[in-house]
Design a protein around this ligand. Structure first.
Ligand code: SME
Length: 164
């Protein structure tokens, strides 16, 4: 059993502690699926107010569902489509306060109101994206985007092996 001391005080502390926990969980594990699965679980457990946390992987020329926490979700997303596909196409984090106002948003869970999608790049190759959904509008701010980008920079080389 794993136990992590994750501070619930400030957002800075939360992301600092999450980074340390993700590092400890994945540092010695070469299996990409195991590392994505634990990352999805860790983020889903400790980031408040999420209804979905997980990964889409670049497989061939599209995104395919990876390890996640939440309701069963759409399996394949074309690059350039929806929030995840836009993050993949642009390699830019997508922070969406109101998913219903996002052109082409793909509704996997009707409860989702806002979304954060972070592209995962390793050695200039797009590995996939981290997708976080919240039932609260405007749940994700710039600190969440920066915190999750740091988490994915740590994880990228540890999930690069079997994806792509
Ligand atoms: N809403 C996403 C699809 C994935 S689900 O949220 C898990 C999108 O528009 O890309």
């Amino acid at each position: 059993m794993y136990h992590f001391d994750i501070a619930a005080g400030s957002k800075a502390e939360l992301y600092h502690d999450l980074y340390a926990a993700l590092d400890a969980l994945t540092a010695d594990e070469p299996d990409a699926i195991a590392n994505m699965a634990n990352a999805a679980a860790l983020i889903g457990q400790y980031l408040p107010d999420l209804n979905w946390s997980g990964f889409y992987r670049m497989v061939g020329d599209g995104l395919v569902l990876g390890p996640f926490q939440g309701k069963a979700a759409c399996i394949r997303i074309a690059v350039g489509t929806g929030v995840c596909g836009t993050a993949a196409a642009t390699r830019q984090t997508q922070r969406v306060d109101d998913v219903h106002a996002f052109p082409g948003h793909i509704a996997c869970d009707a409860a989702s109101a806002s979304e954060l999608v972070v592209p995962i790049v390793h050695e200039d190759r797009l590995i996939g994206v981290l997708d976080l959904d919240s039932p609260s509008p405007g749940r994700f701010d710039e600190d969440d985007a920066a915190g999750c980008e740091r988490l994915m920079a740590l994880l990228a080389p540890r999930i690069a092996a079997v994806t792509g």
